[in-house]
Design a binder for this molecule. Structure first.
Ligand SMILES: Cc1ncc(COP(=O)(O)O)c(C=O)c1O
Length: 433
């Protein structure tokens, strides 16, 4: 064991080196993570933390999962990368698993808990390396569909996104991420992006927003970064109906809320078919932290994409897809999902008590569902203060939007871990009060 004094020096040295050589685009606390196991992480000074951030909704199976490690070891020793010039052993099974699970559990136009008609309409997957890149792919597909459906002048090219959305940092995905702080320094962005309000833009405003020139509508069923804001099914139905009227592609960004985080495969899996998208994007938990992203689309949309129309060097590589296949197989086990929902019910119950006990600080309604939950604060600055106080007491949390603390732990946390996190949050609230 390294003496505390020395490790403190090591922490300082690393942070100073980071300050000197790493582009300062992140504001990070003064700690250096060393390793993790399950829902726990340790820094290089030996301090232990209960991780309710899970790498920003990524480590669905927790840290240091032995199954994931074994798949990585085996696959890395076989073949790591060979490019998309060739097929590999794992991209086809992972794409097939994504489509067949969606057909069985609902989403992308397939009904939930209801076997899809036989033969079921097909779907195709494009593999990328991140969430932003998945959204870029989805927007490009929608643009191409717009060209094939719209007039020859290419005017069916506008994209509709929503206030407080987060779709990524690349120029295309940033253009649909309606947040001045992220967008303003980089203007001009993609032209033809129009912005609506989730659950609010209806009637004539909706008709103006989504019109004949619209090729794509992109929506997070539950906004993550924006503050754990869920879209109402009744409003989504109006939005999707309008998009269908004008022949616009509906993209659901399930990068943060998808892949069982809400307790179903997709946050929209249980929604009526009339509220379902043409394209779903995913990333974060698919390989439990190994970089991967994917775009899944209905065959009717996929048919515009032919050889050479899109691509990437690393996407769909054998290592990422082998891990993805392993992770998705485990997440989709019934026992895994029911454990997640039981823990979520317990966590939600405990969080609801906090709002009753600290009414001056915490708003009554907990946002989100499953393992994407938001504790809403009444006073500006309190979310950041709670995150700091909780970290000092050994629990890692995230803020979201202006008023919210986001809980996105690993999907397999125990009830005892959920209880421990809430105990610490409560002790912080009593300090804040
Ligand atoms: C909903 C959503 N979309 C897109 C992204 C961007 O993903 P990435 O950071 O992997 O590019 C994020 C990241 O937080 C996200 O939450």
């Amino acid at each position: 064991m390294i003496p505390l004094e020395e490790t403190d020096i090591r922490t300082k040295e690393l942070i100073m080196t980071a300050d000197k050589y790493i582009l300062p685009v992140y504001a990070r606390p003064p700690m250096v993570l060393d390793h993790g196991k399950g829902a726990w992480v340790w820094d290089i000074a030996g301090q232990k933390y209960l991780d309710f951030t899970a790498g920003i909704a990524v480590n669905a199976l927790g840290h240091g999962d032995e199954g994931v490690v074994e798949v990585m070891r085996t696959q890395a020793s076989k073949i790591l990368h060979a490019s998309n010039v060739y097929h590999n052993e794992w991209a086809p099974p992972l794409a097939s698993l994504l489509v067949t699970l969606t057909q069985a559990e609902g989403g992308l136009g397939y009904p939930a808990n209801n076997p899809a008609p036989s033969p079921a309409p097909g779907a195709k997957v494009f593999f990328a390396n991140s969430g932003s890149e998945a959204n870029e792919g989805a927007l490009k597909v929608a643009r191409k569909v717009g060209k094939s459906r719209g007039p020859a002048d290419g005017s069916k090219s506008e994209i509709v996104s929503f206030e407080s959305s987060f779709h990524g940092r690349t120029l295309g995905s940033l253009s649909v991420t309606n947040n001045a702080k992220y967008q303003d320094p980089f203007r001009p962005l993609l032209p033809g992006v129009k912005v609506g309000k989730v659950n609010k833009t209806t009637g004539a405003e909706l008709e103006e927003l989504v019109n004949e020139n619209t090729c794509a509508v992109i929506l997070e069923p539950i906004q993550g970064e924006g503050g754990v804001n869920a879209a109402d099914v009744a409003w989504v139905e109006k939005l999707v109906t309008r998009a269908r009227e004008v022949g616009a592609i509906v993209i659901f960004d399930e990068i943060q809320c998808g892949l069982y985080r809400t307790g179903s495969l997709w946050a929209h899996s249980t929604w009526p078919i009339s509220c379902q998208p043409d394209i779903v994007t995913m990333a974060k938990p698919l390989a439990n932290g190994y970089p991967i992203g994917a775009v899944m689309m209905r065959d009717a949309v996929a048919e515009v994409m032919t050889a050479g129309t899109h691509g990437t060097t690393f996407g769909g590589g054998p290592l990422a897809c082998a891990v993805g296949y392993h992770v998705l197989s485990r997440l989709s086990e019934r026992a895994f999902v029911s454990h997640l929902m039981e823990t979520s019910t317990y966590l939600l119950g405990r969080l609801e008590k906090l709002s009753a006990w600290y009414p001056e600080l915490v708003a009554p309604k907990i946002r989100g569902r499953g393992m994407i939950l938001g504790l809403v604060f009444k006073r500006e600055g309190d979310p950041g203060r709670l995150v700091e106080l909780a970290r000092e007491r050994g629990v890692l949390l995230l803020t979201a939007g202006k008023d919210c603390v986001r809980l996105v732990p690993s999907l397999n946390i125990t009830q005892a871990e959920a209880g421990q996190a809430v105990d610490v949050i409560e002790s912080c609230l009593s300090v804040m009060e």
